[in-house]
Design a protein around this ligand. Structure first.
Ligand SMILES: O=c1[nH]cnc2c1ncn2[C@@H]1O[C@H](CO)[C@@H](O)[C@H]1O
Ligand SMILES: [Zn+2]
Length: 384
């Protein structure tokens, strides 16, 4: 048996591996069946399909447009069914349950409270409903033998003008389920500096935030997010690749901004499948994550929108294992990177790394030692 075979994780091992997710949208991860049921319950008649299977396919295909703006149009349907307290509790509970079932042990899930006010809920009621759902989902996961912790990130929409209000909301619910702040939505034409007052407020409060930047727009957006707004992490940030030059002989030169991002260990919340759909990358094999990982940027792997991309954390890891031949050591590296970059207190991050993530990977990495028939097996898929 070669070490290569020993090292290539099987699908089942990938699912069981402890995973950390920093970039996942609550309104981009609903179960199709739940959307159909909530639409019926709340009288929303705008769904393009009412069969859950067909609806799931519709979301994936509609989001596969090559443009972030068209990709974002699909959220009208998910937000439409997330306008009541009960719906928000249910969606959040199922989110936590689904992540736990996929082996995610820590997640920061984001949503925009301002998009859930159409039926009279207040911003506070939205946050409390989602928090209640996450706690319920964590409890159900525990009953099923899974452990997951979910924190919320409150997102403000970059085309709108409520970011300071949402930042204040994030600060008010700090230590009560909300771990940070974000801005999202169409990037071109809506630079992060439009929301400078929100970011400056959060900095004065010693609070944390990430900014969607360097997804549909390039280096100026990343530069503003870091050097004007002071983002702790970059949502996507994939276009930092534009500041990296690879010569014919393989030698690599980093520009000033790329150097800063690497030197300062700025976490990149990379979302490969989402990038393929919005046109930020052409294939998994060509996705900049391969180079960024080799250059030791603080790379993390994320789902972005599980519904629109038909993916999961395990799914993203599988694509990367296929494209780049990553081993369990690589998957552990991504998971430790993500945990280091989380917005919860340092002692909790450290305990998650040392007491949950590393032991989980050690367990998986030792499995080959105890396989009696391993020497007669040909592929790693057989060795579960
Ligand atoms: O990849 C993305 N880039 C920018 N905005 C996004 C992305 N995915 C989702 N949203 C936006 O964030 C809102 C709150 O969750 C969603 O409603 C969607 O409009
Ligand atoms: Zn996103």
């Amino acid at each position: 048996m070669t070490s290569q075979i020993r090292n290539t994780p099987s699908s089942e091992q990938i699912r069981r591996a402890p995973k950390v997710l920093l970039h996942d949208h609550l309104d981009g991860g609903l179960r199709p069946g739940t959307i159909v049921e909530l639409a019926q319950e709340t009288g929303y008649s705008g769904l393009p399909e009412t069969d859950p299977g067909k609806l799931g396919v519709w979301f994936r295909e509609a989001a596969d447009s090559g443009s972030l703006e068209r990709y974002l149009e699909t959220f009208a349907h998910t937000c439409a069914v997330m306008q009541t307290r009960e719906a928000l509790v249910r969606v959040a509970a199922e989110c936590a349950e689904d992540l736990a079932g996929d082996g995610v042990v820590y997640a920061e899930v984001r949503y925009a409270p301002e998009q859930h006010l159409e039926r009279g809920l207040t911003l506070e009621e939205v946050v409390e409903a989602v928090n209640e759902g996450f706690r319920e989902g964590e409890r159900r996961a525990r009953e099923n033998g899974h452990r997951v912790r979910v924190g919320a990130l409150l997102t403000a929409m970059r085309h709108a003008a409520r970011s300071l209000e949402i930042a204040e909301l994030a600060n008010r619910y700090r230590d009560m389920g909300v771990v940070g702040f974000d801005i999202a939505g169409a990037e071109a034409g809506f630079p992060p500096t439009r929301h400078l007052d929100a970011f400056e407020y959060l900095k004065r409060e010693n609070n944390h935030f990430t900014i969607h930047a360097g997804e549909a727009f390039g280096l100026p957006s990343i530069w503003q997010a870091l050097q004007w707004c002071g983002a702790d992490r970059l949502g996507h940030g994939v276009r930092i690749i534009d500041d990296i030059e690879v010569a014919q002989d393989g030698s690599v030169t980093l520009g000033r901004l790329a150097s800063y991002v690497r030197d300062k260990r700025v976490p990149l919340e990379l979302c490969p499948s989402s990038n393929l759909q919005t046109g930020a990358a052409d294939s998994y094999a060509e996705h900049p994550i391969g180079l960024l990982r080799r250059l030791h940027f603080r790379v993390t792997v994320n789902t972005d929108n599980r519904l629109m991309s038909g993916t999961s954390m395990s799914g993203e890891f599988e694509h990367l294992v296929d494209a780049f031949g990553y081993s369990l050591d690589d998957l552990q590296w991504f998971s430790v990177n993500a945990m280091k970059s989380a917005f919860i207190p340092f002692d909790e991050r450290l305990a998650m790394i040392n007491d949950v993530i590393k032991p989980g990977y050690a367990e998986l990495k030792s499995e080959w030692l105890f396989q009696q028939t391993a020497s007669t097996r040909g592929s790693s898929e057989d060795q579960v």
